[in-house]
Design a protein around this ligand. Structure first.
Ligand SMILES: Nc1ncnc2c1ncn2[C@@H]1O[C@H](COP(=O)(O)OP(=O)(O)OP(=O)(O)O)[C@@H](O)[C@H]1O
Ligand code: NI
Length: 334
C-alpha cells in the first residue's frame, strides 16, 4: 500500500517559490485504481514525480512522508530509490513513447532492464521478454525492431509491458494515453487494467479526462492549486460530488453522464501558488464563495465513510449540485 502523509513540495524560481503540493495526504491500496484529476497546473505531475523522487533539481520536498508498504521512500538513498523505481514502482510517463531509446532494438532495451534489476540468466530473460510483449498483443518479431519502426500505440504498449515486467507493487501512469486515438486508447487501458489486476498492484492514474477516470478507476482524488479538494469512491463521486470544484469539473466535462445539458465552463484561472494559501484555493472562481472562504482554509473533512471534502459549506452540496448545472451560476464570477 502507498500512503502519503502531509506532503509539501515547492519549486524555487528566480525570486520566489511556488508551493505546488500543500499538505497532501492520500492512500492507495493493493489492487486499487485511483484517478487523480484536476486542471492543468494543479500539481498532478509534480505529485507523481515526488512519489518517484524524480523531481527537477529546483524542487524541494519540504516535509511529509511517502510510505510504500510501510517503508519511507524519502528516507532512502538515491541508489536505493533507483532500485525501487523500475522494480517496485513503475512509471508510465506523459509521453511514454519517447521513453524508448531510438538507437537500440526493443529486445536490447528490455533485456537491459531485466539485467539491471534481476539476476536472471539469459534464457529466462528472453522468455520473460517474449511473455511480456505477447501480453500486450505484440508479435515477438518486433523485438528486432527499432522504436521508429513501430506505431505510437505499439510503443506505448511496449512501455507498459516493459514497466510491468518486473511486477511492480505500485504503478504510476501520468496521462498514459493522451496522445493516442480513442480506439488505441481503449485497447491500451484494457491491457493496463488486465495486468494491474493480475499483479494486484496499486495504480495511480493521472488524467484530464473525467469521463475516462470515472469508468476506469475505483476511487478519485480531485486536486486544485496543489491541494486535495475532494476524495471518495467513484460511485460516491458520481452520485454525490460535493466540492463546488468537483461539481464544476463534472458539468464542464464532455461525455460525463449529463443528460444532454449544455456544458458549463469554470471561469478564471488556477491560482499562481506563489504564497501558501490562506483561504480556500478555489475561492476566486467559486460561485458559492463567502467571506469565510477568502480568509479561512477549509480542512479536508470526512462527510461519509471514504468520502472527504474540503469546503466550509459541504452541508449545502445538494443545492450546489442543482445550481451548478446552470451556466448562469458560473457567469456570476465573470
Ligand atoms: N521545474 C519546475 N520549476 C518551476 N515550476 C514548475 C516546475 N515544474 C512544474 N512547475 C509548476 O508547478 C505547477 C504544477 O505543475 P504540474 O506539471 O505538476 O501540473 P499538472 O497538474 O501535472 O499539469 P498538466 O495537467 O498540465 O500536466 C505549475 O504551476 C507549473 O508551472
Ligand atoms: Ni502533468
Amino acid at each position: 500500500m502507498l500512503q502519503v502523509n502531509d506532503l509539501y513540495v515547492n519549486y524555487k524560481r528566480d525570486n520566489n517559490k511556488a508551493y505546488v503540493i500543500q499538505n497532501l495526504s492520500m492512500k492507495i491500496r493493493r489492487g486499487e485504481r485511483l484517478g487523480l484529476v484536476g486542471e492543468s497546473g494543479c500539481g498532478k505531475t509534480t505529485l507523481a514525480r515526488a512519489l518517484l523522487r524524480l523531481l527537477s533539481p529546483n524542487a524541494v520536498i519540504s516535509s511529509g512522508q511517502i510510505l510504500l508498504d510501510g517503508e519511507d521512500l524519502l528516507a532512502l538513498s538515491k541508489e536505493q530509490m533507483r532500485k525501487k523505481r523500475g522494480k517496485e514502482i513503475a512509471f508510465i510517463p506523459q509521453n511514454a513513447m519517447n521513453a524508448l531509446n531510438p538507437v537500440h532494438r526493443i529486445r536490447d532495451q528490455l533485456i537491459e532492464l531485466l539485467y539491471e534489476h534481476t539476476s536472471m540468466p539469459k534464457k529466462k530473460a528472453l522468455e520473460t521478454i517474449r511473455a511480456a510483449i505477447h501480453s500486450v498483443d505484440i508479435h515477438e518479431r518486433h523485438l528486432n525492431d527499432y522504436p521508429h519502426q513501430l506505431s505510437g500505440g505499439m510503443k506505448q504498449r511496449i512501455i507498459i509491458a516493459m514497466t510491468l515486467m518486473l511486477q511492480p507493487t505500485l504503478i504510476i501512469a501520468d496521462e498514459p494515453t493522451t496522445a493516442l486515438d480513442v480506439i488505441v486508447q481503449q485497447n491500451i487501458l484494457h491491457k493496463l487494467r488486465t495486468m494491474q489486476e493480475a499483479l494486484n498492484s496499486a495504480l495511480l492514474f493521472i488524467s484530464h479526462d473525467l469521463a475516462l477516470v470515472s469508468s476506469f478507476c475505483h476511487t478519485i482524488v480531485v486536486m486544485y492549486g496543489g491541494k486535495i479538494m475532494e476524495t471518495c469512491r467513484m460511485e460516491q463521486f458520481l452520485a454525490r460530488a460535493s466540492h463546488p470544484y468537483s461539481i464544476g469539473l463534472q458539468y464542464a466535462s464532455p461525455n460525463f453522464s449529463m443528460n444532454g445539458e449544455a456544458l458549463i465552463t469554470i471561469p478564471g484561472m488556477p491560482p499562481k501558488l506563489t504564497e501558501l494559501s490562506k483561504g480556500c484555493q478555489f475561492h476566486e472562481r467559486c460561485p458559492f464563495v463567502s467571506d469565510k472562504c477568502v480568509s479561512v482554509e477549509p480542512k479536508l473533512q470526512q462527510i461519509a465513510e471514504g468520502h472527504k471534502v474540503a469546503c466550509h459549506y459541504v452541508s449545502e452540496a445538494q443545492r450546489f449540485r442543482r445550481e451548478a448545472k446552470e451556466i448562469a451560476t458560473w457567469e456570476r464570477r465573470r
